[in-house]
Design a protein around this ligand. Structure first.
Ligand code: NAD
Length: 339
């Protein structure tokens, strides 16, 4: 069999850039596409194209016949500060839906063998996530639908879009619902960062004994999955025959305050938490990995603490570099220094 060809959409983003690296390591011929280059290290793709995936012309030019696999990570997205304020709703829905409408159609037109679509835990109904100790995020609980954000509604629409293309046009799709993926080379400042990166940055930038701000009362619960485990799960899903949707997340649920405590331990700093009003999303959310275990015969094993420790080293290096106005070390260098 010849070299497999993959197109990674959103290859300039967090998960896409890690996926490019992984596919290259597996021997794929990789073309990456995004509106921007990866922020923190050069792309590992053989070819990296700057293009707008909302446009037909981009797909027409980029998706060759003979592309074996498409990984569709491109989306207009961010953390709670971006998707729960309401200010970006129209943009988020329109941009991401336009990308997925083109992706589904061109994957069929070009006879792509398999396409991966990254959905989100944000599709789960808000009414099942009011109790922070017992949220329900089993895959079948998605309906009757009531996501708590327009970002979640677009994801649900696009899941259905890909499934309809599978039913009517034979598209071979794999759909995962990611639950809070974090790790080195994820956005760590600027307003689109998620809770782990935001808390790590706040703690890394403060002296021992300082105060950090946490949105809400800190008792809202979540689980967080380290990037390497996410990539492994996606590759296993692509290699198998189960289409999904399936959760890809961790079942280690913590409160936001508990996670802040873990990060303080890693940083060896004692700090006061000040709770301030801010967008927090649902009260509780945890991955339910029963279907993942049953279908893939695999589940993530790395603890949240381990993942946070690795991410702390990387963000601390970025923050120090920003402070001293010097260029930040690459993720590999930070990992080596941390050993
Ligand atoms: P990210 O924002 O780092 O990456 C998305 C990339 O898409 C960005 O680089 C962006 O420039 C690109 N993009 C946006 N509009 C584009 C356009 N019109 N044309 C070309 N590229 C465009 O996000 P991520 O964390 O890597 O997430 C990847 C996917 O996984 C997204 O679809 C996201 O919704 C989904 N997801 C992520 C998480 C998470 O915790 N990171 C959780 C649930 C779902």
């Amino acid at each position: 069999m010849g070299t497999k060809k993959a197109l990674v959409c959103g290859a300039g983003g967090f998960i896409g850039s890690h996926m490019v690296r992984r596919l290259r390591a597996e021997g794929y011929r990789v073309r990456g596409v995004d509106l921007k280059h990866p922020e923190f290290s050069p792309s590992a793709a053989h070819e990296f194209v700057i293009a707008d995936l909302r446009l037909r012309e981009s797909w027409d030019a980029l998706l060759d016949e003979g592309t074996d696999e498409v990984y569709q990570f491109a989306a207009d997205m961010g953390g709670a500060g971006y998707i729960f304020t309401g200010e970006n709703d129209a943009r988020v829905m329109q941009n991401s839906a336009m990308i997925n409408l083109q992706a589904a159609e061109f994957a069929v037109l070009r006879g792509v063998q398999k396409i991966f679509y990254s959905s989100s835990a944000c599709i789960y109904p808000a009414y099942n996530q009011e109790d922070p100790d017992h949220p329900n995020c089993s895959e079948e609980s998605a309906y009757p639908a009531a996501p708590d954000s327009e970002y979640g509604w677009e994801k649900l629409f696009s899941e259905r879009l890909y499934l309809a293309f599978a039913r009517n046009y034979g598209l071979n799709v794999r759909i995962a619902r990611f639950h809070n993926i974090f790790g080195p080379e994820g956005t760590w400042r600027g307003g689109k960062e998620k809770a782990p990166a935001a808390l790590i940055r706040k703690i890394a930038e403060q002296e021992d004994g300082g105060t950090i701000e946490v949105w809400g009362d800190g008792q809202q619960t979540r689980s967080f999955l380290y990037i390497d485990e996410c990539i492994e799960a996606v590759r296993r899903l692509m290699e198998g025959s189960f289409a999904g949707p399936v959760n890809i997340g961790s079942e280690e649920m913590v409160t936001i305050d508990e996670m802040a405590g873990m990060i303080m331990k890693i940083a060896d700093k004692r700090m006061t938490i000040r709770h301030i009003p801010g967008p927090t999303g649902v009260r509780g959310r945890n991955s339910d990995n029963r279907l993942l275990r049953a279908q893939l015969g695999w589940e993530p094993t790395q603890s949240l603490f381990e993942g946070l420790a690795k991410t702390y080293k990387w963000i601390e290096a970025q923050a120090n570099a920003a402070r001293w106005n010097i260029s930040a070390p690459a993720a590999e260098e930070v990992a080596i220094a941390a050993r």
